[in-house]
Design a protein around this ligand. Structure first.
Ligand code: BEZ
Length: 238
């Protein structure tokens, strides 16, 4: 992910572990400053190419349906595109209708109006292949997961033509929160309740303490004993 350093106008790379810029922006929930908005919560900032477009409507509709699941995990959602605040307000009514939500109910999370393109440029959220009617690149489908320490925990960048899977975003948050509190790693397609892996470089003695039910080590042709999985799923703290 690239972002532009506003003081020096240099291009910087946002890396995992970097403190996320404490930007200020207008949103459908009012003027917001990122770190104040998040307080002690996790955050998901995700951009979309434009309001009143089909794939984006399905995505924000799904995110709205899943918003109680994000809240349960202490995660605040924030959407963003280069459209105006008025367009966001009008479009959010369409999204609610698409979801068959009770008319008049409030859209559950803020949509940031970046119509001056400051954030999409700063945070490298543009898709050069997709342009608006003025030939300007649209915002891509970017996902940033920010931890309660305000540091970047995960970033995913999809092109405008591919809609995201918000169940997958919930799944990675479950893994991020689990691995933030426990010295474990989650294997392919892991879901809460499945057994976890012992990360490389954890000594056998420590693994035995971490997993009293035992660790299963798969024998492999290399003879190396690295594929260690907890023998039985334990109730780890999230
Ligand atoms: C959409 O949301 O439907 C969309 C937006 C930009 C490019 C392609 C699809």
């Amino acid at each position: 992910m690239q972002h532009r350093d506003t003081e020096t106008d240099r291009c910087c790379r946002m890396l995992l572990g970097d403190v996320f810029p404490n930007f200020e922006a207008d949103s459908t929930f009012g003027r917001m400053k990122l770190h104040d908005f998040l307080r002690d919560s996790w955050g998901v900032l995700f951009s979309h190419p434009g309001d009143f477009t089909p794939v984006c409507t399905t995505e924000l509709g799904r995110a709205a349906q899943l918003s109680p699941e994000f809240s349960k995990r202490n995660v605040k959602l924030m959407a963003l595109s280069v459209d105006s605040l008025q367009e966001h307000h009008d479009w959010s009514k369409d999204i609610m209708a698409y979801n068959n939500t009770e008319p008049g109910s409030q859209f559950p999370f803020p949509i940031i109006a970046d119509d001056r393109r400051e954030l999409v440029e700063k945070l490298g959220m543009l898709d050069p292949e997709e342009k608006d009617h003025n030939g300007m690149p649209l915002s891509a489908r970017c996902v940033f997961v920010i931890g309660p320490d305000k540091k970047l925990k995960l970033s995913i960048l999809y092109p405008a033509t591919t809609g995201r899977n918000f169940d997958e975003i919930l799944r990675v948050i479950d893994s991020l929160q689990l691995t933030a509190h426990n010295r474990v790693a989650t294997p392919v397609d892991w879901r809460p309740g499945n057994s976890v892996m012992v990360p490389p470089r954890i000594p056998e003695t420590e693994a035995a303490m971490l997993f009293p039910a035992g660790v299963y080590t798969k024998d492999l042709p290399s003879g190396k004993k690295y594929l260690n999985q907890e023998a039985k799923s334990s109730q780890l703290r999230f």
